[in-house]
Every structure is written in structure tokens, then in C-alpha cells.
Design a protein around this ligand. Structure first.
Ligand code: SF4
Ligand code: SF4
Length: 312
């Protein structure tokens, strides 16, 4: 690990990340705590039926991202995976699971924690591959997903869509594939997502064109930042029609983590404005509003008969 990566690791550990090898990381999700202590699940449990107390939030590429989105709550002292020693998928998964169990063990002594949920939380059955960094930069992502499948775990993968070739090759595909589209056009994209590679917008467009051919559940995530990218429903709808996803998730930016150094509280849109944007987008994409969560400022759009739930 070079000096820059060591400093990154120390910074992340102060934020309660557990670094796994040189490029992986696990962090307990805020919603897992909410579920274990207050029985309050995340919106993805409500929408898609995953069990959020059994969800492991991890990344295979903690130190590598090719964007510097201003709204990103993660640390931006990232380099690239090129210089780091990667764990193989089996090691990565085993060590992430071990860290997750250690993190969960802290709840045992908490009287508010339901012991049945605690026991279940020690056996994750869902992996959110999203925590930080761009996961498609990890070359063994397909093998990692295959391993999760073999162990009975569903996978949700979140990508910024900058590496269409990696998605094209990805086998197997995750249970649910998210592509973030945080700008309606190239000009805003360059300013807000600050790509570190040439042709990033064109790559994202290629990813959108690829999406209809991928046989898995696909979601376009619009992260909405007030004063930046909220509005432009005609342009977003045009992009969404190319991707033809099963679902669209317009979600309000939240003023947390490192994004507080780049944004203001006033950049968080209200749920009402996320909802209004979503209804305009629904009209333009012939989708319906299938669900919403006020506390997460999120809406899910989809076709009327779409099968929302991954697990019943
Ligand atoms: S699906 Fe996302 S929000 Fe829900 S528990 Fe997993 S990481 Fe957290
Ligand atoms: S693509 Fe994701 S991890 Fe990378 S800077 Fe943007 S929000 Fe952060």
C-alpha cells in the first residue's frame, strides 16, 4: 500500500469503514442499525423486499473512482486500483463477511436489539456492492457476484456507468443493477460529476444503450441536488427511454459525509420537490409511481405490472 492509500485507509477507518485487503471495505449501513434497534427498515426493504438487517454494504474498490461527484459523501483521496494488491473474490467475500460479523457483534449487548434479528444479521443474504469507489473497476467482479449467488446472497450493484465494457462482460449479472444518471446533459455532468477520464459522458451513454440487452433487474438512479440538476425532466426522460430500465429512482441528495465540504444544506431538495420531479418524469416515460419514502426523499417509478420485490 502506498502512502496516499495508507492515508486514505486511515481516514476511512475514522469514518467506521473496515478496510479489507488493500482495495475492499465494509461499513455498517445506517439503516441496518435502525432496523436492529428500532425495527425501521431502509426503503429498499420496503420497495424491493430485501431484509436490510441481513444486508452487507461493501465495495471491492474502496480507493478507486474515476469521478469526483460534488454530492458524493465518500472520501475523494482515491487513486486507482492499478497500484494496489487485490484480494481474490473468495478472500474478499470471506474477509468482508468476517468484518461484518464483528461489526454486528457490537449490538449483542444492546437491550433494544431484537435477538432474533441479531442472529439473522450475522448471516447476510444480500450484498450491496456500492459503498465507495467504482465497483466495475474491480476486474473480478463477475466471479465475486457468482460467489455471492452460490452462497445464497442476492446482490445490488451501483455503478456510475463509466465502464460499459466491464458491464458488457459482467457474468453473472447482479440481482439488481443500478446506473446513476446525475445530470441531464453533458455540460452539467462535467460540472457536477467531475469525471477524471476522457469520454465519460459518451461512456455513460453507451452504458444506457447497453442496459436493455442485460437480462437482470435494472434501475436508473437520478441523484437530485437542488440548485444543480433538479428539473430538466424532458432531457432526463430522453435518457431514460434509451436505457428502458425496469425502475427509475429519483432520490434527493443528502448533506452527509465528505459532501458537506462541497455542498450546502440548501442543496438538499425536499421530498415534495423530488415527488414533483418524479411525477413529471413518470408522465414522460409512461411509468407509474410505485412507492415513495419521505424520510429518504426517494420515489420509485416503474411499469404498472412491474414485479417490485426481489424476495417475498
Ligand atoms: S440495501 Fe442499501 S440502504 Fe438498505 S441496508 Fe443495504 S446498504 Fe443499507
Ligand atoms: S461515482 Fe460514486 S463513488 Fe465516485 S465520486 Fe461519484 S458518487 Fe462518489
Amino acid at each position: 500500500m502506498n502512502d496516499l492509500d495508507r492515508r486514505t485507509a486511515e481516514h476511512l477507518e475514522r469514518q467506521q469503514y473496515r478496510i479489507v485487503g488493500e482495495t475492499g471495505a465494509v461499513k455498517l449501513c445506517h439503516w441496518m442499525r435502525q432496523k436492529l434497534i428500532y425495527g425501521r427498515p431502509c426503503y429498499k426493504e420496503e420497495f424491493y423486499g430485501i431484509q436490510c438487517h441481513r444486508c452487507m454494504q461493501m465495495t471491492p474498490a474502496v480507493n478507486a473512482c474515476n469521478f469526483r461527484c460534488l454530492f458524493c459523501w465518500r472520501y475523494h483521496g482515491m487513486t486507482s486500483l492499478g497500484d494496489s494488491k487485490r484480494l481474490d473474490p473468495e478472500d474478499l467475500l470471506d474477509r468482508c463477511l468476517a468484518e461484518q460479523r464483528l461489526l454486528v457483534s457490537g449490538f449483542k449487548g444492546d437491550d433494544r436489539c431484537d435477538p432474533r434479528l441479531w442472529e439473522e444479521a450475522r448471516q447476510p443474504n444480500q450484498v450491496a456492492i456500492s459503498l465507495s469507489g467504482e465497483p466495475t473497476l474491480y476486474p473480478e467482479l463477475g466471479e465475486f457476484i457468482a460467489l455471492c449467488n452460490r452462497r445464497g446472497m442476492t446482490t445490488f450493484l451501483v455503478t456510475n456507468g463509466s465502464v460499459p465494457k466491464a458491464l458488457e462482460r459482467l457474468s453473472p449479472l447482479p440481482t439488481q443493477l443500478y446506473v446513476t444518471v446525475a445530470a441531464p446533459n453533458k455540460e452539467l455532468f462535467e460540472k457536477l460529476c467531475v469525471p477524471q477520464l476522457a469520454g465519460a459522458w459518451e461512456n455513460l451513454m453507451e452504458t444506457l444503450r447497453l442496459l436493455p440487452s442485460l437480462s437482470t433487474r435494472t434501475v436508473i438512479r437520478h441523484t437530485l441536488v437542488d440548485g444543480w440538476n433538479l428539473g430538466w425532466e424532458d432531457e432526463y426522460a430522453k435518457l431514460d427511454r434509451v436505457a428502458d430500465p425496469m425502475f427509475i429512482e429519483p432520490k434527493g441528495y443528502v448533506f452527509v459525509g465528505d459532501s458537506r465540504t462541497r455542498m450546502r444544506v440548501s442543496n438538499m431538495p425536499s421530498h415534495a420537490s423530488v415527488r414533483e420531479f418524479s411525477l413529471r418524469l413518470a408522465e414522460r416515460t409512461s411509468m407509474d409511481l410505485l412507492g415513495e419514502r419521505v424520510d429518504s426523499r426517494v420515489v420509485v417509478l416503474g411499469k404498472k405490472n412491474a414485479h417490485l420485490r426481489v424476495r417475498e
